[in-house]
Design a protein around this ligand. Structure first.
Ligand SMILES: [Zn+2]
Length: 95
């Protein structure tokens, strides 16, 4: 009777996403700890067109959002709480 709800599950199931789902090799680094962040959530229209959300597993203070469009990283923003600490756009070369 208690296994029909996905919600309690999702809270514990923190490592649902694999790095393969991120569609980038660029892993944001915490500006303070200098450690790689952990993929926390993905908000996708469809695969390869999505926002990746990362958090620093060490301090928990910094997080990052990556915009992936058509399988390419186009923008990476790092936040401390709600404040933007860095915002970087990536140029996509046209072929
Ligand atoms: Zn950190």
């Amino acid at each position: 009777m208690d296994e029909d709800e996905g919600l309690g599950w999702a809270m514990e199931d923190f490592y649902t996403y694999s790095l393969d789902d991120a569609y980038t090799n660029e892993i944001p680094k915490c500006p303070e700890c200098k450690k790689k962040m952990k993929l926390d959530d993905i908000d996708a229209d469809f695969k390869g067109c999505q926002d990746n959300y990362w958090v620093c597993p060490h301090c928990g203070k910094y997080s990052a959002r990556q915009k992936i469009r058509y399988g390419k990283l186009v923008r990476q923003t790092i936040f401390s709480d709600d404040k933007v600490v860095s915002d970087k756009g990536f140029h996509i070369s046209k072929k």
